[in-house]
Design a protein around this ligand. Structure first.
Ligand SMILES: O=C(O)CCC(=O)C(=O)O
Ligand SMILES: [Fe+2]
Length: 174
């Protein structure tokens, strides 16, 4: 993406940095610590998802349940046809279409870096019996050579807080 669409790459890289820094700030961590873990040679790729109409939409899924493997995903929804669903408390709910808004998902890499504090949501796409649907997903990923792990030693926090009679969540509350 950096080579083929440098303008798009720069725009979404800048957006990703703002979001990731806001996340680390909210955890009282050093602002660049997640970004440093992702390395210099971060990756970005774009996918067009095309869902043709299907006469049996209850029997076929457009995209099966999954969480994105990214740090952050930007999803531009179809302007007219709804289809994205998120899983919460074992129930699927519809993600509404908001015109000209991007859906931003936390991906697995941020879930791992934050030791599970930021969750990578399970989502899926359903299809429509009459109308086609088109979405565009931009996935931002860490350098593929980098090993992703939680940035902070949470077991240390656990014992430190345990001795003070506090819960570890107080150290990491958002
Ligand atoms: O098309 C959609 O609404 C979802 C796309 C998606 O989740 C993905 O490309 O990973
Ligand atoms: Fe996805």
């Amino acid at each position: 993406m950096q080579e083929y669409c440098p303008t798009v790459y720069r725009k979404y890289k800048a957006e990703t940095e703002v979001i990731i820094k806001a996340m680390t700030n909210s955890l009282n961590l050093e602002e660049d610590c997640f970004l440093n873990e992702c390395g210099e040679r971060d990756v970005m790729f774009l996918r067009f998802n095309y869902y043709p109409p299907c006469p049996m939409p209850d029997h076929v899924l457009g995209l099966k349940p999954h969480a994105d493997g990214s740090t952050i995903t930007f999803l531009l929804q179809d302007k007219l046809v709804q289809g994205l669903q998120g899983l919460k408390y074992d129930q699927w709910f519809k993600v509404p279409i908001i015109l000209d808004a991007l859906v931003i998902n936390v991906g697995d890499q941020t879930e791992i870096l934050s030791n599970g504090i930021f969750r990578s949501p399970i989502h899926r796409a359903v299809i429509n019996s009459e109308k086609e649907r088109l979405t565009v997903a931009i996935f931002c990923l860490a350098d593929s050579e980098k090993e992703i792990k939680p940035v902070k030693n949470y077991s240390e926090i656990y014992f430190q807080y345990y001795h003070q009679g506090k819960r570890p969540i107080e150290a990491s509350k958002i």
